[in-house]
Design a protein around this ligand. Structure first.
Ligand code: PMP
Length: 431
């Protein structure tokens, strides 16, 4: 594949951006062929800096819900942009949006707006502590809640004191949650949970209703706040909080990524149980009150309520899963697709250092399909049956190509180093 411009941009970036790139969009822990830079996006497709097009199963790591540059959402954003965006005070659309969310999400009695997922998860923690006057926060081991010092998965720049009041339990294990709750004594402020287990590198797991109900009961008993982190999965599983699917309502929920179809917006929703604590916080940001993303969110939420975007995305996800599963079987691969089909992760059996998964992702890339070898993916509502057919056909060829060179595959040194650092850190942090 052509990579001249991408290579040149990477070389320039190395001089003016630490390490050339940072955070989740750095391609260093991805197969070598993956481009770093993209010059445009439309619908379900992205074009790299060398002009090559890919069907994008990462959806910007979540923000692309309906399709890049969705005309309906873009028109709403443009209308608001012609009036004003970041101003000396918020626009009336802030109240409209808060009312819309309170009307859509069962547990929500109020909303507070910010920019990124980490803003909302950090704010949830503060609100829970302010409300309860207690300090300890329980997290599921390995769950991602953002990149602030209290939650980033990498050790650099973090000191033990940043995490001194965090304790960990095993997702979907009600007994381990209960043991952590008991160990917190009378100092428990909050229990965090993801809508489903969507950790990187491992099979995903839907929430066990018994675990979710126990989490609710333990929070009721102790007065702690139950927080569901919807940043990644919000409105991709349900038109309400995801745990409504298992009949559990949290006190707080954290949302980001998809709610404004790519415009920068996140929010914290809460019930009256945490209204006083939330209202007591001083939390803010220069761009948190910007009106354009809020107008985009109001339109995105209308589409969420009024169209079959969700059922369509699930149907395509099921077709993709069936097609790839049959192709993998034909070529003799143990290929695990877990998580909701519209948010799949794809991992190979007997592939502890991901060399097979990396090779398959590379083979997909050269066939114009962007898949991720160790992070969950996303389907966009604008995808079509023809897109899925193309992805399945590419998958079939990619399995054949990997099989042909299986004996020559080597592990990625960057990934191996990263995994070692992370697991050492996780062991120490949890010890
Ligand atoms: N929580 C979850 C579940 C996430 O997936 C993410 C981002 N991947 C975050 C929080 C943090 O969001 P952001 O990167 O927007 O700060």
């Amino acid at each position: 594949m052509k990579r001249d411009r991408d290579r040149e941009l990477k070389a320039r970036a190395l001089k003016v951006i630490p390490n050339g790139m940072y955070g989740h969009e750095s391609v260093r822990p991805l197969p070598a062929g993956f481009p770093q830079f993209f010059e445009r996006a439309e619908g379900a497709y992205i074009w790299d800096a060398d002009g090559q097009r890919y069907l994008d199963f990462m959806c910007a790591y979540g923000p692309n819900l309906l399709g890049y540059r969705d005309a309906r959402v873009d028109a709403a954003a443009a209308r608001q942009a012609s009036l004003g965006d970041t101003m000396t005070g918020p626009s009336p659309v802030m109240v409209d949006l808060a009312e819309t969310l309170v009307g859509m999400v069962t547990h929500a009695d109020w909303a507070m707006f910010c920019k990124n997922g980490t803003d909302t998860t950090s704010m949830a923690m503060m609100a829970a502590r302010a409300q309860t006057g207690k300090r300890i926060v329980l997290l599921a081991k390995g769950a991602y809640h953002g990149a602030a010092a209290w939650c980033t998965p990498h050790p650099a720049g973090v000191v033990p004191e940043d995490r001194a009041l965090l304790r960990y339990y095993d997702y979907n294990d009600a007994d381990s949650l209960e043991a952590a709750v008991r160990a917190a004594g009378d100092d428990l402020a909050a229990v965090f949970a993801s809508p489903f287990k969507h950790d990187s590198f491992v099979d995903q797991a839907l929430p066990d209703p018994a675990y979710a109900h126990r989490a609710r009961a333990l929070c009721d008993e102790t007065g702690a706040m139950l927080v569901v982190d919807e940043v990644r999965a919000g409105f991709r599983l349900a038109r309400d909080c995801s745990w409504s699917l298992v009949g559990v309502q949290p006190d707080l929920s954290c949302w980001g990524k998809a709610m404004a179809n790519g415009q920068p917006l996140s929010f914290l929703l809460g019930s009256d149980r945490c209204r006083v604590g939330a209202g007591s916080l001083y939390v803010t940001g220069s761009f948190w009150f910007a009106a354009v993303p809020m107008a985009a969110a109001i339109e995105t939420l209308r589409i969420i309520r009024e169209t079959d975007y969700l059922e369509h995305t699930i149907r395509l996800g099921d077709r993709l899963r069936e097609g790839l599963s049959a192709a993998a079987m034909r070529h003799g691969f143990g290929f695990r697709q877990t998580g909701p089909s519209q948010m799949p992760i794809m991992l190979f059996d007997d592939d502890p250092d991901l060399r097979v998964g990396f090779a398959w992702a590379e083979e997909m890339l050269v066939r114009g399909i962007y898949v991720h070898p160790w992070h969950n993916m996303f389907l966009a509502a604008c995808m079509t049956d023809a897109d899925i057919d193309m992805a399945v056909a590419a998958g079939d060829e990619a399995f054949a190509a990997v099989k042909a060179r299986r004996d020559t595959l080597t592990p990625s040194p960057v990934l191996t180093a990263m995994a070692a650092a992370r697991s050492k850190y996780a062991r120490e942090a949890l010890a």
